[in-house]
Design a protein around this ligand. Structure first.
Ligand code: COA
Length: 333
């Protein structure tokens, strides 16, 4: 591999409407105290009716291009669990709305691991010489698939989008993606699922049931699997990179739950304060979670050029993955 994929710009976007824990407690049997103490979440952003994933993705993509000072990209990858439609993919719509017509564009479906999966695809596209600049976006309007009467999921998820622009560069320059590790286990498909709306339901010829259109999650099982798989995957990618745990300056994990991220840090032997957290402000934004956390960490001054960064995620599928990279010198704003 002669060339590396280097992060050239980062952008994040959340829809303006904020839903606080207290607002949820007005219609669900829950409380601000329970949500904060069990998840770390204080509020989340949600889309207004009529706003979709492509709206959020296009805005995050534009911001990443602006941050990079770039006039375009020659490949667009959108990781999402909430595509605008089951068919076609959302990425071509996003690319066109950003003004990138005629470029290849496709979706990646790996739920909360979606961004790490898409980052691997984008990195491979650059290092293989297929593309010079790749826009990797994670975007979700997750509120559109939540069952409003289900307190176990409604309090956790939020909407938003994050994007990074990858460009061709050198392995030893700040911003270079070093290694990516990915994994999956289809035996865990039922833990995180939307049962209806796909070929499985249609092939049975049954009348679609509204409840099957909603997102369902076995929270407790997911919790333990997420901690285990993120810790294992992190160790694997660190070993491939030749980094010790102590070398990691920032852990930017999928913002599933503050307790999950602290448990991953603890299993790795990493001080919990090295974990970047923005879940308090945005909740779990699934595929958007890591790039949104990167954008927020930049804005908060938590990422400096040369920092050694570990990304890790776990999501439906089940899927999981981790990546190592050094942080580039990027303008904030
Ligand atoms: N408000 C108040 N009480 C709630 C609640 C809510 N929103 N949701 C669940 N509870 C109750 C449960 O009914 C249960 O009550 P019981 O003891 O009387 O039966 C109690 O709180 C504990 O529930 P439990 O599911 O054991 O809580 P938990 O500590 O495991 O936390 C999650 C629940 C969902 C927050 C946690 O399991 C989690 O974060 N899982 C991973 C979620 C995730 O982000 N997945 C995405 C992909 S990684």
């Amino acid at each position: 591999m002669n060339r590396a994929a280097v992060i050239a710009g980062v952008g994040g976007f959340v829809p303006p409407r904020v839903v606080t824990n207290d607002e949820l407690a007005q219609r669900l049997d829950t409380s601000d105290t329970w949500i904060r103490s069990r998840t770390g979440i204080a509020q989340r952003h949600v889309v207004e009716p009529g706003t979709t994933t492509s709206d959020l993705a296009a805005e995050a993509g534009r911001r990443a291009l602006k941050n990079a000072g770039a006039d375009g990209a020659d490949l667009v990858i959108v990781a999402t669990t909430t595509p605008d439609r089951p068919c076609p993919a959302t990425a071509p719509t996003v690319a066109t709305r950003i003004g990138l017509t005629d470029v290849p564009a496709y979706d990646v479906a790996a739920v909360c691991s979606g961004f790490v999966y898409a980052l691997q695809a984008g990195t491979a596209a650059v290092t293989s010489g297929f593309a010079e600049r790749v826009l990797v976006i994670g975007a979700e309007s997750f509120s559109t698939i939540l069952d409003p009467s289900d307190r176990t999921t409604s309090v956790i998820f939020g909407d938003g989008a994050g994007a990074v622009l990858l460009r061709a560069g050198e392995h030893d320059e700040p911003g270079a993606v070093r290694d990516v590790h990915l994994g999956s286990d289809g035996a865990m498909a039922d833990l995180i699922t939307v049962r209806g709306g796909g070929a499985e339901e249609r092939s049975r010829g049954e009348v679609p049931r509204q409840e099957d259109r909603y997102f369902r999650m076995e929270g407790k099982s997911v919790f333990f699997a997420a901690v285990r798989r993120m810790a294992e995957s992190s160790r694997t990618v660190l070993a491939r990179t030749g980094w010790e745990v102590a070398d990691v300056d920032r852990l930017v994990g999928h913002q599933a739950n503050t307790r999950i991220l602290h448990a991953v840090a603890e299993q790795l032997g990493l001080p919990p304060e090295r974990a970047v957290l923005n879940i308090d402000r945005v909740g779990n934004t699934s595929a958007a979670s890591i790039p949104l956390a990167l954008a927020d960490a930049m804005a908060d001054g938590l990422l400096r050029a040369g920092d050694r960064v570990l990304l890790t995620a776990f999501g439906g599928g089940a899927t999981w993955g981790s990546a190592t990279l050094t942080w580039p010198d990027l303008p904030v704003g």
